[in-house]
Design a binder for this molecule. Sequence first.
Ligand code: ZN
Length: 311
Amino acid sequence: MEDRILGLHHITAIAGEAKRNHNFYTGVLGLRLVKKTVNFDDPNTYHFYYGDKVGTPGSILTFFPWEGVQTGRRGARQVTEIGYSVPENSFDFWLKRFEKKNVIYNKVSEKFGEQYLTFIDPDGLKLELTASKNPDNRLPWETDEVPAEFATRGFHNVTITTNKLQPTADVLTHIFGYKLLETHVNRYRFITDAVDNANIVDVVEVPGEGAGHVAGGSVHHVAFRVKDDNILMKFRDKVAAAGLQITDKIDRNYFYSLYFREPGGVLFEIASDNPGFAIDENVEDLGTGLKLPAQYESHREEIAAVLPKLD
Ligand code: ZN
């Protein structure tokens, strides 16, 4: 088990205004900001990590908020939906909440025998709340407005839109150890039994769909989870052996990473559980401090001065 892909690690998307993004994910959705840091390649912009209490892989949605970013477009060669797991009895709560908070949402629908509620964030990013058929015992983060009984449990699934199923499916099955579970029209549901949650990838095949444009309100990449950086490097060999270009190991402070573009055009990352988000903050304090990588620490004052205010 331990040397396998353990479902999703995190998903990274692009947002516009930092404050609006922060208000939506911590306020409306009730996630915890588990890390407030900067874009390592562009330290005058934030990198937010939202998740559960301890930042468990499989619960982490991250954003690069760029003020004034142009709006992206959903399309092929992209992750087009992000699915959170919620308890079955929570839809009334969320419908009322979305109505009150002026969130754009759709009526509750069903796919693969599971009810789900689609909504979009203030930048147009498409998300879903799904009542999983399988028990989800992950502990939620709780806020004054979003009690544990209704709160999100972490990811349920992620959806990729592709022009051609097979090349993407091959990476999921041959390299990552997923299996095709069910098909509905052009939606193919892949699952791994290496973990119990955050273990589903849906691939939607739309041959004529134009490529999406990655900008505000769209997903930049999806990261799959491995136990540690030794196993990470074993997957590096597997991906390279399949003839795909893959980066060297990158230290992201909270995990180690590799990136490669799957043949369907989506940027995939593989990320390790180690060292985790508690490496530079106590669990009680996660997300409260501005965390900078070592190379920017000497510029802390200038960086803090230009970052947008969040309250
Ligand atoms: Zn990432």
